[in-house]
Write a protein that binds this ligand. Structure first.
Ligand code: SAM
Length: 222
């Protein structure tokens, strides 16, 4: 399969990128975005919990990066394992959360048995993977190891921001053609990965201005 190592994800193996990563959440705007994302993730967590009627014991946060959301589920009584392909990002995560479990793993081939973990969490990754086939492969692997489903962060193309970027790209005023999937394509990819969404949560209060969506999903055969 092409695009096994998407270049936009490889940059996180750089020591300087890993060291500076958390700066994007440190300013006033960054903090706001961080809080908004955490709120949407917790909402998805509650939807999954209510659907299954159980308390989750374990969560796999992949990719965990520098451990941005490592505390979130522990605070809900759910032991979190953080996994990431970048040793440099994991070093930052371990320094910030010395008491937590982290491991180096590739989302395309997770070192866990089927249904070994209660829920999966995949934040800020799929929009950096331009191949639909690879996104589905990552999600399928998450589905395999997670018993009750997952919380998936997607970005879609049908927003004012992305449409205006596309237009600017065509006029030569933007360097990259945005390659985000449409909402319909996202539904299809979740289905191909064997997931069924329970809800679609807009991260931003003004959905037309924001491309960020969080999906609480369960295995479609559940
Ligand atoms: C944008 S960061 C997101 C990290 C974190 N979820 C957050 O919200 O801050 C993307 C992460 O994906 C990791 N990554 C890239 N390819 C991966 C793969 N195949 N398996 C696991 N992690 C991967 C990178 O090392 C990087 O830490």
């Amino acid at each position: 399969m092409n695009d096994i190592r998407p270049p936009k994800l490889e940059v996180y193996r750089d020591e300087a990128v890993a060291r500076d990563y958390d700066q994007r959440w440190s300013g006033a705007l960054g903090k706001k975005r961080d809080v908004r994302k955490a709120r949407a993730i917790l909402k998805a967590f509650d939807i999954l919990k209510e659907h299954h009627g159980v308390s989750f014991q374990s969560a796999l946060d992949i990719p965990c990066g520098t451990g941005r959301f490592s505390d979130l589920f522990d605070a809900q009584g759910c032991h979190t394992i953080g996994a990431d392909l970048s040793v440099e990002m994991l070093q930052q995560a371990r320094a910030k959360h010395p008491q937590q479990d982290f491991l180096c793993a590739d989302m395309g081939r997770l070192p866990f048995e089927d249904n070994a973990i209660d829920i999966g969490v995949c934040i800020r990754m799929l929009h950096l993977v331009h191949s639909s086939e690879l996104r589905v492969r990552f999600l399928r692997e998450l589905n395999r190891v997670c018993k009750f489903g997952a919380i998936i962060d997607y970005r879609h193309s049908h927003t004012v921001r992305i449409l205006s970027r596309k237009l600017r790209y065509q006029l030569g005023a933007y360097k990259e053609n945005p390659q985000l999937p449409s909402p319909r394509q996202i539904q299809l990819e979740l289905q191909q990965a064997g997931f069924r969404p329970l809800a679609k949560i807009n991260v931003h209060f003004a959905p037309l201005l924001s491309d960020k969506l969080i999906f609480p999903v369960i295995p479609s055969d559940a």
